[in-house]
Design a protein around this ligand. Structure first.
Ligand SMILES: *[C@@H]1O[C@H](CO)[C@@H](O)[C@H](O)[C@H]1NC(C)=O
Ligand SMILES: *[C@@H]1O[C@H](CO)[C@@H](O)[C@H](O)[C@H]1NC(C)=O
Ligand SMILES: *[C@@H]1O[C@H](CO)[C@@H](O)[C@H](O)[C@H]1NC(C)=O
Ligand SMILES: *[C@@H]1O[C@H](CO)[C@@H](O)[C@H](O)[C@H]1NC(C)=O
Ligand SMILES: *[C@@H]1O[C@H](CO)[C@@H](O)[C@H](O)[C@H]1NC(C)=O
Ligand SMILES: *[C@@H]1O[C@H](CO)[C@@H](O)[C@H](O)[C@H]1NC(C)=O
Ligand SMILES: *[C@@H]1O[C@H](CO)[C@@H](O)[C@H](O)[C@H]1NC(C)=O
Ligand SMILES: *[C@@H]1O[C@H](CO)[C@@H](O)[C@H](O)[C@H]1NC(C)=O
Ligand SMILES: *[C@@H]1O[C@H](CO)[C@@H](O)[C@H](O)[C@H]1NC(C)=O
Ligand SMILES: *[C@@H]1O[C@H](CO)[C@@H](O)[C@H](O)[C@H]1NC(C)=O
Length: 758
């Protein structure tokens, strides 16, 4: 059922895009595209959707077709076997992308390749028949190898074309001289193949090869593209470096109609991974009549810091920058440029976009700036966030201010200042020691140097914007409110934690918040919406007694459902609920396992649901989202039906809301349709499946009910800096396993029946 709905969605997509392609071809004089032809740039899927499935496998090619623009180009790296058959494999050394080293132990050889002695299992030493028992596997260690057990066979070029039926075919001939040395003719292969198969593009980094076929393939049917390698690499047939060949585009034009270049040829990056000014390459090549294709688009490596880890932003810088557009991008993740080209390019800066999701910042734009600083907030506002957030902490002298953690060490340089003497323990707050906000007076805190958070630095060595590591200054709650009031945001969210603990230290945080809001003129909420968030119901109860703000209850543990009685109880003190991502789509080994009842249940009782935390680092996302934060947000919004996102990269969510492919109903293109939670996991062969995990608990009334806030203690003596030794009781719960529910239109589901046809 799901599959046929998805199939009809795909068909309607193909039809509507075919029509719009016609329309845009006719109106190409007024095209917004700065490509050579005026047509939208091409999406070229390198080895298929090789970011997920083994490079050059049937599954990779199929997934590319299912998730991309209808005219997606299928790229095959052609290698020749001992008996002269052309196969698709990313390298002539088959050991990288197949299991050949275990099938033919000791059959590795050492040959010169472009003058370099190279050891491995070469395609030229095996007949097609030999390769029958060899399967394609994931060659990139950082990607999941869970799909290898599907026993994807090596495909000949003919097999690939007949099975995948690619809308357009690109053959890359990386090595011709090498095959010639092994008495195999790539030229014969290409010329013969072009008689039975439409080859739309042939690329090669060897000048000699392209010149040898230039007169033998039809230039209208088959475009020849010269591929540039690194600038210092020597092109083997001319003995010039690619860098020097780049200086004579007129020469290139004598045998090729276009060029394929590493993306850094166009937007160079410096040694610290920052983007430099773009080069004139695309304009120069266009002037010379050459199309330009850019290579190396990969979502699952840290991108240049300038893109804030957002691969859509990266693609846009190549296709929609006001100065030029490349004519195509070569990618391992074709869904990303598909969405960038069709949905995100040429969006008016003034477009207000759709209302959902409500974009709430997480410590301001803390993905790019130290959290809760003036810069984090002003950039969050510029980035199009709807709500800026202030996690309120209290200084020793009772000033409420914004900081991500009550422990100043997490967000500042306090540990390197003389205040490190104030190191203390507070078991009610955290284990271990910390330097707590209530131990310093505000003027000292103001003077601390802010530090950018890098949640994925210790395990994955992914650091956030080092240029901004220590910029910005912290704001008092009053300053934060003044900033919000004088800005375009629609409101503020103020988080209050540890209220009972602070009350015992003579610090009344709820009163301080209410006072600051009232003083800043936020009492009537006419201009700006005020949201107060807490994980503790007693805080929200207390606020409710005193003011009429939106009260937001945060459930900071994974849950799979909540009993009706619990939700009714939440209704007594909250208007909306914040849950974790895994409480909507639980995961196992970073694969989505399904969808919980949490959003449906909370919605049934008219509670809005906001989800945290959406980050751009690919490592923070499940495999199902293709290392693309936009796919993740879209799947939560369209598939998970959530009302808001809490994100440290509000620019990505703000830009998502303005994309042109929202609100299209059944005409929604596949690349802007939600993924089906659990469907990718179904492609894992059973022996490789991770063991099922214990399901998350159901939220009960006992989890929610809290004793009322204690009265704030009179300050009789200077507030103590130490804490008590009481421990927080841990809650153990159990529950029934939840089956994956397939409620969403999805392109992924299509893969299953096709795979079984093999
Ligand atoms: C295979 O090749 C890819 C791309 O060149 C590389 O990232 C990966 O590390 C290689 N894997 C092995 C096992 O050599
Ligand atoms: C290629 O053919 C030549 C001439 O027939 C022969 O001498 C040479 O050994 C062959 N090379 C290989 C790698 O088979
Ligand atoms: C390129 O250099 C190699 C080694 O220096 C030489 O053998 C070859 O003849 C040269 N080829 C051309 C086209 O100059
Ligand atoms: C560039 O290439 C063209 C065509 O091969 C040739 O006529 C011209 O002399 C070359 N220019 C330079 C500066 O090498
Ligand atoms: C990239 O970011 C760095 C650091 O913020 C900045 O200096 C540089 O100008 C940016 N590059 C571009 C092309 O905007
Ligand atoms: C803040 O630091 C500066 C120099 O680092 C110092 O001159 C100033 O007195 C400090 N302010 C406070 C309130 O401590
Ligand atoms: C209010 O915002 C404007 C423009 O963003 C700025 O010029 C002005 O200084 C701000 N005023 C205050 C009081 O912050
Ligand atoms: C309040 O603080 C006192 C001493 O600092 C401690 O004995 C007591 O347990 C605290 N009460 C609460 C509710 O934390
Ligand atoms: C809980 O509430 C939902 C939504 O109102 C309702 O459909 C369901 O029957 C209720 N379940 C129980 C056990 O009362
Ligand atoms: C919530 O606040 C109450 C005081 O109102 C306190 O007793 C309780 O420990 C807090 N709960 C948690 C989980 O911190």
């Amino acid at each position: 059922m799901c599959t046929s709905r998805a199939a009809s969605l795909l068909v309607s997509l193909l039809v509507s895009s075919a029509i719009s392609a016609l329309v845009s071809a006719q109106g190409s004089t007024s095209s917004p595209w700065q490509t050579l032809s005026g047509n939208p740039p091409l999406v070229i899927a390198r080895g298929g959707f090789s970011g997920i499935f083994p490079d050059s496998s049937y599954a990779a090619y199929s997934l590319a077709l299912m998730t991309s623009v209808p005219n997606v180009v299928s790229w095959c790296d052609v290698q020749l076997t001992k008996d002269g058959v052309g196969i698709c494999a990313p390298s002539v050394k088959l050991d990288n992308s197949t299991d050949i080293s275990s099938v033919f132990k000791d059959k590795d050889k050492t040959y010169p390749v472009n003058g370099m002695a190279t050891q491995g299992w070469f395609s030229v030493d095996f007949t097609l028949n030999d390769l029958n028992n060899v399967i394609l596997i994931q060659g990139v260690y950082s990607r999941s190898n869970k799909f290898d057990g599907n026993l994807f066979p090596i495909l000949t070029v003919q097999d690939m074309v007949s099975q995948v039926k690619p809308p357009a075919l690109w053959l890359n001939i990386q090595l011709d001289i090498f095959f010639t040395q092994h008495n195999l003719s790539m030229r014969n292969f290409v010329i013969t193949t072009s008689k039975s198969v439409i080859i739309d593009y042939i690329s090669s980094p060897e000048v000699g090869f392209l010149r040898s076929i230039a007169g033998r393939v039809s230039p209208t049917k088959t475009k020849l593209i010269f591929r540039f390698m690194g600038k210092d690499v020597i092109e083997p047939s001319t003995n010039q470096t690619y860098g020097s060949l780049l200086k004579n585009l007129t020469f290139i034009k004598t045998f090729a109609s276009g060029i394929l270049v590493p993306k850094v040829y166009i937007w160079p990056i410096d040694a610290s991974n920052y983007l430099q000014a773009y080069t004139s390459l695309v304009s120069d090549a266009h002037k010379a009549g050459l199309t330009v294709f850019a290579a190396d688009f990969v979502n699952d490596v840290p991108l240049s810091y300038n893109y804030s880890f957002d691969p859509v932003a990266e693609t846009l810088s190549y296709i929609d920058n006001g100065a030029f557009s490349v004519d195509g991008v070569l990618t391992d993740f074709p869904i990303t440029p598909s969405a960038a080209i069709d949905c995100f390019a040429h969006v008016s800066k003034k477009s207000s976009g759709q209302a959902t999701p409500l974009v709430i910042s997480f410590n301001g734009a803390s993905g790019d700036y130290p959290g809760c600083t003036d810069l984090a907030y002003s950039n969050a506002i510029q980035d199009g966030t709807d709500i800026i957030d202030c996690p309120v902490q209290m200084s020793k002298d009772g000033i409420p201010f914004c900081m991500s953690s009550i422990n100043l060490i997490d967000n500042s340089n306090v540990a390197t200042t003389p205040f490190r003497n104030l190191m203390a323990t507070a078991p009610e707050i955290q284990s271990g020691t910390g330097i707590f906000s209530f131990s310093l007076i505000w003027s000292d805190i103001q003077n601390l140097t802010a530090a950018i958070a890098s949640p994925y630095s210790s395990s994955f060595k992914i650091f956030r914007n080092p240029a901004n590591r220590n910029v910005g200054r912290f704001l008092s709650l009053s300053e934060f409110l003044a900033l919000a009031k004088n800005s375009s945001v629609s409101g503020v969210l103020i988080s209050i934690e540890h209220a009972a603990y602070l009350a015992n230290k003579s610090l009344g945080v709820t009163d301080a918040v209410l006072g600051a809001l009232s003083k800043a003129g936020f009492s009537n909420q006419k201009e700006k919406k005020v949201m107060i968030k807490s994980t503790n119901s007693s805080v929200l109860m207390k606020i409710k007694e005193n003011a009429n703000y939106e009260l937001v209850y945060e459930v900071d543990e994974g849950i799979r459902d909540a009993t009706n009685a619990t939700v009714l109880d939440i209704k007594r003190f909250a208007d909306s609920v914040v849950v974790m991502k895994k409480s909507v789509f639980p995961t196992n080994l970073a694969f989505l396992t399904g969808v919980t009842d949490v959003v449906t249940k909370l919605h049934a009782f008219q509670l809005s649901v906001y989800v945290q935390t959406f980050s751009n680092e690919f490592i923070s996302q499940a495999w199902d989202f293709f290392s693309d934060p936009t796919v993740e947000v879209n799947s939560f919004v369209m598939g998970g039906e959530i009302d808001g996102v809490i994100t440290d990269f509000p620019k990505t969510s703000g830009s998502y809301k303005r994309n042109k492919c929202l609100g299209l109903g059944s005409k929604t293109p596949v690349y802007m349709s939600p993924v089906q939670p659990g469907s990718l996991m179904q492609v894992i062969p059973p022996p490789a499946l991770p063991p099922a995990q214990a399901p998350y608990p159901v939220l009960t009334v006992a989890d929610v009910v809290e004793p009322p806030l204690p009265v704030v203690q009179e300050a009789t003596a200077p507030p103590p800096t130490g804490g008590s030794t009481a421990t927080v009781p841990s809650q153990q719960k159990s529950g029934q396993p939840k089956l994956p529910a397939g409620i969403f239109l999805s392109s992924l589901a299509l893969l299953l029946p096709t795979l079984f046809l093999l």
